[in-house]
Ligand binder design. Structure first.
Ligand SMILES: NC(=O)c1ccc[n+]([C@@H]2O[C@H](COP(=O)([O-])OP(=O)(O)OC[C@H]3O[C@@H](n4cnc5c(N)ncnc54)[C@H](OP(=O)(O)O)[C@@H]3O)[C@@H](O)[C@H]2O)c1
Length: 324
């Protein structure tokens, strides 16, 4: 019935062409899904055995007082590496240093720095790191939007954009530039850069954040290719949601893990994957969103989610301004 309708509409033998085309398209999709399942399986099965202590006695973690950065600092300390913690607030840095001292027999140092500022920061950081054998650098510090916005709606937008670029892009570039010469000299080291899934998918309404994270994605891959022959691994970590202050998700779940669960998994991928979602449910999410769903469906889905978050936030702000 269907084939005779197709033949009537498109001419004799058209149904055979349609069947062949359908078969090729279905095979291509099946092949892509199989490749992605292999990728997900790889992220479940393979774990690296990087000995971080052997890379160098110190690790530096930026944005180390909360969320993912704090989890990296504590997990690396558990592996016997001394930690330099860098964030804005001295009190929080001292608290984390205290927690680490109670849990692990390693040394800690703190550096108070606001990465929202520009280049003036880095001479002092360079001096404070000069005498340390740094084997691991975790460029974790990051800042996102308080709510999705169109580019022109962002409050105090130009100041905000500069701050966001300084925190997400300048900090990673400068910290790498400060730390990598020592790694090259010793011919070993690991640089772990926190990007985001929005550095893979263009994410409108979080435009500057998404663009900054795409920079992290490319920067990491280029550094990896330039320096891998000198014993240095540069890994790009691209999480979906993790339950932290930034994501505003309090209760962890399988797909939105706690920072501790996430980091345990992501650290085991150092030396295994140069670019990773870090955690197998996130790899699965990536495989479905990026490779199984057609791009227009994915774009529509993301736009709808972000537009409704924007609408909710605008209403909330309106209610609050009426109260004042
Ligand atoms: N959470 C997620 O769902 C998610 C998803 C994808 C990617 N990521 C990325 O993962 C990284 C960590 O995110 P997170 O969720 O753990 O963030 P978070 O919970 O907000 O923690 C941010 C950390 O950075 C520090 N920090 C913030 N602004 C700073 C500044 N101007 N100068 C110095 N330190 C600053 C904060 O400490 P102080 O306030 O004490 O300075 C805190 O230690 C970010 O790069 C983020 O983009 C997160």
């Amino acid at each position: 019935m269907a084939s005779s309708m197709i033949n009537t509409l498109f001419g004799k033998d058209a149904s055979a062409y349609f069947a062949t085309f359908g078969f090729i398209a279905a095979s291509y999709l099946a092949f892509k899904i199989a490749l992605n399942l292999i990728k997900v399986l790889k992220s479940v099965v393979f774990s690296g055995s990087t000995n971080f202590k052997k890379l160098g006695s110190w690790a530096v973690v930026t944005g180390a007082t909360d969320g993912i950065g704090k989890a990296y600092a504590k997990e690396l300390a558990r592996k016997g590496v001394n930690i330099v913690l860098i964030s804005r607030s001295e009190d929080k840095l001292l608290d984390v240093a205290d927690e680490i001292a109670k849990e692990s027999k390693v040394q800690t140092r703190i550096i108070v720095a606001d990465f929202g500022k520009g280049l003036e920061l880095y001479d002092s950081i360079r001096t404070q790191l000069a005498d340390l054998e740094i084997g691991t650098l975790v460029n974790n510090v990051g800042m996102s939007y308080s709510s999705p916005y169109y580019l022109l709606e962002v409050p105090d937008r130009e100041e905000f954009f500069m701050k966001m670029i300084n925190i997400n892009v300048t900090s990673m570039t400068m910290m790498t530039s400060i730390v990598i010469p020592g790694m090259v000299e010793r011919r070993r080291g690991a640089i772990i850069n926190l990007s985001s899934a929005s550095g893979i998918h263009p994410t409108p309404l979080l435009t500057v954040y998404s663009a900054c994270k795409a920079y992290v994605h490319f920067f990491s891959q280029c550094v990896q290719r330039e320096y891998q022959s000198q014993g240095i691994t540069c890994q790009c970590v691209m999480p979906y949601f993790v339950a932290t202050k930034m994501s505003k998700v309090r209760k962890p779940s399988l797909f939105i893990p706690s920072p501790e669960t996430y980091v345990k998994s992501a650290l085991s991928k150092v030396g295994v994957s140069e670019v990773t979602n870090g955690y197998w449910p996130h790899s699965l999410q990536g495989a479905i969103l990026l490779d199984v769903l057609p791009e227009f469906v994915h774009n529509k889905l993301m736009s709808n989610i972000l537009l409704s978050a924007r609408k909710r936030n605008l209403k909330k702000r309106e209610r609050e301004s009426k109260k004042d």
